[in-house]
Structures are given as structure tokens and as C-alpha cells.
Write a new protein. Sequence first.
Length: 132
Amino acid sequence: KIPVLELEFIKAQRTKAEGQGSMQMGSIDYSETKKQIANAKKREQIREREQKKKMKIPPINVNATKLSELVDLSLEVLEPPLTTSLSSQELRNLKETPMQVPKWPSHTQSVERCVKMVTEAAGHVYSHERRE
């Protein structure tokens, strides 16, 4: 979780401390390195808090004449409904194991039923017999 540059810096400091310790024949003091690691972890936690996802509902254009004008999607990036209930950590876990998708209710049968009913109703209203 610590950025690569900070890790390289910490490793260089640790190597430097080890080199000094072997010359002095005494114990190696890692206190400064431990402080740097703790500070790097704190900075990472602060970044995570700042980057928490915020769900924004786009404004609706009441004066729209077309369905495509109802919501202006070019203003901001919207989060998919499937991921709105997931935390940032859960999204990271999904990124690492992409085949494990959470269960999401799908109403395909009810939608198919509605489409069938609308098709039948439209057939009764706009049939060849009604047109004549």
C-alpha cells in the first residue's frame, strides 16, 4: 500500500543503517525507519479517506424534449448501480479477483412478462383489423 518511491527510500535508509551498524559493531537502530514507515502508512490512510467515493445524482432537465436530454451524462462520471453498495476496500478486492461478482437481483422474468403484455396490447390496438 506504500507508494513505490517511498518504499525505495525506506529500503535505502535501512541499507544505510545496516552498513553503519556493521562498522560500529553495535546494534542497528531502526527507529527512524520505523517512523518513516508509520508516516507513509498514515499518508496512505489520509489519501484513502480523501478518495472515498461519493454518490452524486445527476440533475434532471425538466424542460427536455427528448429522452436523451433528460440527464446530461457529460457533466460528471457516475458510478454504476452495481458498485454503489460496495466499499472502497471491497472494490479493490474485486479488482484482484474479478470473477467473484456479488449477487445482484435481476428481474428478467418480470421484464419479459411486461414486454410480452405490452406487445400483446399493442397488437390488439394496432392490428391489421383495427387499421382498416
